[in-house]
Design a protein around this ligand. Structure first.
Ligand code: FE2
Length: 299
């Protein structure tokens, strides 16, 4: 890090580091919950991040049978394996390695996400992105992004896959496949190039420009890194939540892989009950009534 950067107050600082916790969801799928479940305002507009990854079919074969959502968006990013999505709108999606599915539950979705393999590795992430009140009861929609359609960039020895948003990496504009959403999400998958043959020291430095005031999260899933001027080493399976002002400055080791997730906070009350995320308890009760009475989704 240069002297100028070290002294730069516009470098974001670590607010907290969370270690992903073992959890089970769907029909017994073993996964790592990075965050989610409570005290969510600090992640606004994000509600949850899960990492799933296993070579053991027993950990994933149950999948996620038919279940509802209302009030937010789910983003599934596959690294390895094959999942099949089906929903009440009649969409059938094959999610393969590198593909992304961006689904707006809006007023209601009923869908399943089931493995289409009986052996081998299954690996990926699911992120939940909140919707502002004005969009919570809008019609559901579903977007599939094949791996080949997601922009990739090689910038100063790092590989960037840009799933969403408009960010800057080492001052190069990076434009993701998804844009135009109220929460302006940025979602990058970054791999530090192994060809750099870096030593164990975390010597590959790069910066990511994020809009002022936007939430910024860094999830390390392979290798390790440091952030800003903090000496703390963040290892695979940990998430750092950053302060709201300035750029991200990251020093990573070779082969380190990380997600950068950014978004514009909504600033509204968050009331969650399982797969329903609304603004008030009454809206949650309504969602449960609608689901029980078969009215969650349009016939
Ligand atoms: Fe789901």
């Amino acid at each position: 890090m240069t002297e100028a950067n070290m002294n730069n107050s516009k470098v974001r600082k670590i607010e907290e580091v969370l270690v992903a916790q073992s959890a089970s969801d769907g029909d017994g799928v073993r996964l790592k919950r990075v965050f989610g479940g409570g005290n969510l305002a600090r992640f606004d507009p994000f509600l949850m991040l899960d990492e799933f990854g296993s070579n053991d079919p027993g950990d994933y074969i149950g999948g996620f049978p038919s279940h509802p959502h209302r009030g937010f968006e789910t983003v599934t990013y596959m690294l390895e394996g094959h999942m099949e999505h089906r929903d009440h709108m009649g969409n059938v999606g094959q999610l393969m390695a590198g593909d992304v599915q961006w689904m707006k539950a809006g007023a209601g979705v009923i869908h399943s996400e089931m493995p289409k393999q009986e052996e081998g590795r299954m690996r990926g992430f699911q992120l939940w992105v909140n919707l502002p009140a004005r969009e919570k009861m809008t019609p559901a929609s579903y977007t599939e992004l094949a791996a080949a359609s997601i922009p990739r960039y090689e910038i100063d020895g790092i590989h960037v896959k840009a799933i969403a948003g408009e960010l800057r990496v080492n001052d190069h504009a990076v434009t993701g496949a998804i844009s135009g959403l109220a929460t302006e999400p940025g979602y990058l998958d970054i791999t530090v190039n192994p060809a750099d043959q870096l030593s164990k020291e975390l010597s590959k430095e790069f910066s990511v420009g994020v809009p002022e005031g936007h939430t910024a999260l860094i999830y390390v899933y392979e290798g390790e890194l440091r952030i800003g001027t903090d000496a703390y080493q963040i290892k695979a399976g940990s998430l750092a939540r950053l302060s709201l002002t300035g750029d991200l400055v990251i020093q990573a080791g070779a082969k380190t892989r990380l997600l950068i997730i950014t978004g514009k906070p909504i600033g509204e009350p968050i009331v969650q009950r399982g797969p329903f995320v609304m603004n008030t308890a009454e809206e949650i009760h309504q969602a449960i009534r609608d689901y029980t009475e078969g009215k969650l989704v349009a016939a």
